[in-house]
Design a protein around this ligand. Structure first.
Ligand code: GTP
Length: 340
């Protein structure tokens, strides 16, 4: 599992924690992926870490509480998505292995995925997810037999063929050990840009289209949407569903309101008259009297002062303090980092 990126798009929350440790409802994001793996009989997991590995180690340890054997490797310097796979080589055995991006929420049927990898004999299989508009992604074009014909990065309308399905790399791969030989040791290398094109050229990269739930949690909007989806039961999950999530010891004043798309972390406090809509409030955060949160993300231990109004896309860093009466909506510049 690739869990070593810097998560720049989720700053300032990722200033204090790696993206895979962002809370998603009742557990760190990456715990949802471990749940998925376990459901499909995968019980041996390697975290390929880089940025802030200790947060992962402190929480997951040897994986016993999560029901898997968990081991760690750490990039000596950022190795990119392929270098981080090669860095785990010594812990892999001589069999095909799964690679999961550590920021994708999905309930992909890994059992069917693995069966297809075995059946085609390809050296690599990539899960593909449909999108309406591929222009911000890399389109993956398949031959009729399912092998990858081409990667078309950020396609313009002129690059697209009439009627072709728009499918993008879903960030889940099955690779044969031979693929490791294509990755240089100890230097940065991208699996998407440097390894897959070589496999595709050789005709040994297979695409596995899937309509399974899929979301990249790497931006504030998609992170909030992922919280909503888990709460709404839009994918198979071990988290509580069916309404707002209130963590252990969270306290909501009787005159405060929390809608069914919001999450409050353990020990979070909502004071009188506060209103929380479509937002995530971190553990131990204190939301003051008459505060309105609408599509906002408030970090753990943060304080939002009386009467503040924080609109869509606002991120308050861990332990930050927002002064009473502050109004931030999408038209005003945001970030309110830790200590701000
Ligand atoms: P942004 O900075 O917001 O783009 O996020 P990111 O770099 O953390 O994520 P990106 O979507 O680029 O990477 C996909 C996955 O690979 C994420 O789960 C990252 O944690 C992981 N990843 C990216 N680069 C590295 C790396 O150099 N080393 C390791 N170990 N993991 C990486």
């Amino acid at each position: 599992m690739l869990v070593g990126g810097q998560g720049r798009r989720l700053r300032p929350l990722t200033d204090t924690r790696p993206k895979p440790m962002m809370q998603l409802v009742d557990r760190p994001f990456v715990a949802h992926q471990i749940d998925l793996l376990r459901r499909h009989g995968v019980d041996d997991v390697i975290f390929s870490c880089g940025y802030r590995p200790d947060a992962l180690r402190d929480h997951f340890g040897d994986g016993a509480a999560a029901g898997v054997r968990l081991r760690y490797v750490v990039d000596p310097e950022p190795l990119g998505t392929a270098g981080a796979v090669r860095n785990a080589e010594d812990l892999l055995d001589d069999a095909p292995f799964l690679v999961l991006n550590g920021d994708i929420l999905t309930d992909l049927d890994l059992t069917a995925f693995a069966a297809e990898h075995r059946a085609t004999g390809a050296q690599g299989t990539i899960a593909l997810t449909p999108v309406d508009d591929p222009s911000a992604f890399g389109l993956v074009r398949l031959h009729d037999d399912g092998t990858v014909e081409a990667f078309v990065e950020k396609p313009t309308p002129a690059d697209l063929r009439p009627g072709e399905p728009y499918r993008i790399n879903a960030g889940t791969y099955l690779l044969d050990p031979a693929v490791l030989d294509l990755i240089p040791r100890g230097v940065s290398c991208s699996i998407e840009r440097e390894v897959f094109p070589v496999l595709a050229e050789r005709g040994t990269l297979h695409g596995h289209p899937s309509d399974a739930y899929w979301r990249d949690i790497g931006t504030p909007a998609s992170y909030l949407a992922a919280n909503h989806d888990v709460l709404a039961g839009a994918l198979r999950t071990e988290s509580p569903t069916g309404g707002a999530y209130l963590g252990a010891g969270a306290h909501v004043d009787p005159s405060a309101t929390v809608d069914d798309r919001s999450c409050l972390g353990d020990g979070a406090v909502l004071a009188a008259g506060a209103s929380v809509r479509g937002s995530v409030v971190g553990a131990g955060a204190r939301i003051g009297v008459d505060v309105t949160l609408d599509g906002a993300i408030v970090g753990a231990g943060a304080t939002v002062g009386r009467g503040a109004r924080l609109g869509p896309g606002v991120i308050v860093g861990d332990d930050a303090r927002i002064a009473p009466g502050t109004v931030v909506d999408p038209s005003t510049p945001v970030p309110t980092g830790a200590g701000a």
